[in-house]
Design a protein around this ligand. Structure first.
Ligand code: UD1
Length: 369
C-alpha cells in the first residue's frame, strides 16, 4: 500500500556514468523518512560490464522498472525513453523526477516529466563545454531549460545558468555526487588486488579511456590518437579498458587492428578506481574521470579541445591537451619527468552532496504538500 504522506520520487539512470551518481542519491532517499523512492533503469546501457556490475558494487537497489531501450540512433533511443517514461509517470504519479548527468536518458526522462507537470531535479546541472557538436551538450542545455531544481557541482555551472537567464532561486551549488561515491568506496578499492592481477606497479603505468564520438568515430583522428598513445606506451605501460563504442570503431574503421597498448575489457567501478588512484597519469576524453582524478590528485590529460568542468583545470589536476599527437606526447613526457599537476580538491567535493540535495528537495516538496 502506498503511504500517501510520503514524497514519491522517481529517480532515473540509464548509462554507465549515471550509476555512480544515482547510488548516493538512492541511499539518502531511502534513509530519509519523508521519501518513497522509485528507481528506473532506462536500459540505455545493458551489458553486465557497463551496467549490472555497477549496481552490485555500489549497492544500488534493484530498479523498480527497466525500460530496456538498448542502443540505437539518438532519435530512436531518446524517443523510446520518452515514450516509456511517459507511460510510467502516468502510472506512478510521483511528486518529482530526479535525473543525473547529460546522457540521452537524462533529457528524455526530463521531457516526459515536465509535459506531465511533474517537477524535475537535475543533478550536475549547468555544465557547458560550448561545443554543440557534442550530443551531451544538447542534452545539458535542454534539460536545464525546463528542470525545476538545478543542482550544480562547481561555481561555473551556476554562472552558466545565470547567464542563460535561470532564476537564481532554482540554482543550488551542492558539490559532486560522483565524488560522494568515490570517497565512500576508496578504502575498499585500495584493498583490491587489481594491480597484481594486471601486473602493474603503483605509479608505474598510465590509464587511458576513449569513447567520445568526436575521437573514435573518425578513422584519421582515432589512428592519430593511437599513434601518440603507442609512443607513450613505449615509455610507460598504457592500460586501456576499451568501451564498446570504441571496440566497434576499431573493428569498423581500423580493420580490426587494435592499438599496441595494454587492452582490457571495460572494468568494474572498484577496479577502475583502484587503477586511477595508483596511476602515474590518466589520459581520457570522459567527463567524469576529469573530476575523479581531481578528487584523487592524480594528473589527468584530457584528450579533447574543451571541458565543461573548468574547475578541474583551474583548481584540480587536469590539463586540456586536445587531440594533436605532438601536444599529447609533449604533455605526457612532462608528467613522466615528474612535472605532473596535482592541484587541490574543489569546495564541497566532500562526500555530502547527496545529503544536501535530498534536504533541499524535502524542504521544497514538503512546502508543496
Ligand atoms: C553514452 C553517453 C555518454 C557517456 C557514455 C558512457 C549519450 C548521448 N552518451 O555514450 O555521455 O559518456 O554513455 O559510456 O547518452 N554498447 C554496448 N553495450 C552497452 C552500451 C553500449 O555494446 O551496454 C555499444 C552499442 O554498440 C552502442 C554503443 O556502445 O551503439 C554506444 O552506446 P550509446 O549508449 O549510444 O552511447 P555511448 O557512446 O555509450
Amino acid at each position: 500500500m502506498i503511504d500517501v504522506k510520503k514524497l514519491r520520487v522517481v529517480a532515473v539512470a540509464g548509462a554507465r556514468p549515471n550509476f555512480m551518481k544515482i547510488a548516493p542519491l538512492m541511499r539518502e532517499l531511502h534513509a530519509h523518512p519523508s521519501f518513497e523512492p522509485y528507481l528506473v533503469h532506462t536500459g540505455q546501457h545493458y551489458d553486465a560490464a557497463m551496467s549490472e556490475s555497477f549496481f552490485q558494487e555500489l549497492g544500488i537497489p534493484e530498479p523498480d522498472a527497466n525500460l530496456g531501450v538498448g542502443s540505437g540512433p539518438h532519435g530512436a533511443q531518446t524517443a523510446e525513453v520518452l515514450l516509456k517514461m511517459e507511460q510510467l509517470l502516468i502510472r506512478e504519479q510521483p511528486n518529482a523526477v530526479l535525473v543525473v548527468g547529460d546522457v540521452n536518458s537524462t533529457l528524455a526522462a526530463t521531457l516526459a516529466a515536465v509535459k506531465l507537470h511533474i517537477p524535475v531535479a537535475h543533478i550536475e546541472a549547468g555544465l557547458r563545454s560550448g561545443d554543440r557538436a557534442m550530443p551531451e551538450e544538447i542534452n545539458r542545455i535542454l534539460t536545464d531549460a525546463v528542470a525545476t531544481w538545478l543542482f550544480t557541482t562547481e561555481p561555473a555551472g551556476s554562472e552558466n545558468l545565470e547567464r542563460e537567464g535561470v532564476d537564481p532561486e532554482r540554482i543550488h551549488l551542492v558539490g559532486n555526487v560522483m565524488i560522494d561515491t568515490l570517497l565512500a568506496n576508496l578504502k575498499q578499492a585500495r584493498r583490491l588486488d587489481t594491480l597484481e592481477r594486471l601486473d602493474l606497479e603503483p605509479g608505474g603505468f598510465a590509464l587511458l579511456t576513449l569513447h567520445r564520438p568526436s575521437n573514435v568515430d573518425d578513422p584519421q583522428t582515432l589512428r592519430a590518437l593511437f599513434n601518440a598513445l603507442e609512443q607513450i606506451h613505449r615509455e610507460i605501460p598504457v592500460l586501456f579498458p576499451v568501451h564498446p563504442r570504441t571496440s566497434a570503431a576499431i573493428e569498423r574503421l581500423l580493420g580490426g587492428a587494435p592499438p599496441a597498448l595494454r587492452l582490457t575489457e571495460p572494468l568494474g567501478y572498484l577496479d577502475f578506481l583502484r587503477l586511477m588512484a595508483d596511476a602515474k597519469l590518466v589520459l581520457t576524453d570522459s567527463g567524469g574521470i576529469q573530476e575523479e582524478t581531481t578528487a584523487l590528485g592524480i594528473t589527468c590529460l584530457t584528450l579533447r579541445e574543451t571541458t565543461e568542468r573548468p574547475v578541474t583545470v583551474s583548481e584540480g589536476s587536469n590539463t586540456i591537451v586536445g587531440t594533436d599527437p605532438g601536444t599529447i606526447l609533449t604533455e605526457a613526457r612532462k608528467v613522466l619527468a615528474g612535472r605532473g599537476k596535482t592541484g587541490r580538491v574543489p569546495a564541497q567535493w566532500d562526500g555530502k552532496a547527496a545529503r544536501r540535495i535530498v534536504d533541499i528537495l524535502e524542504r521544497d516538496l514538503g512546502d508543496r504538500r
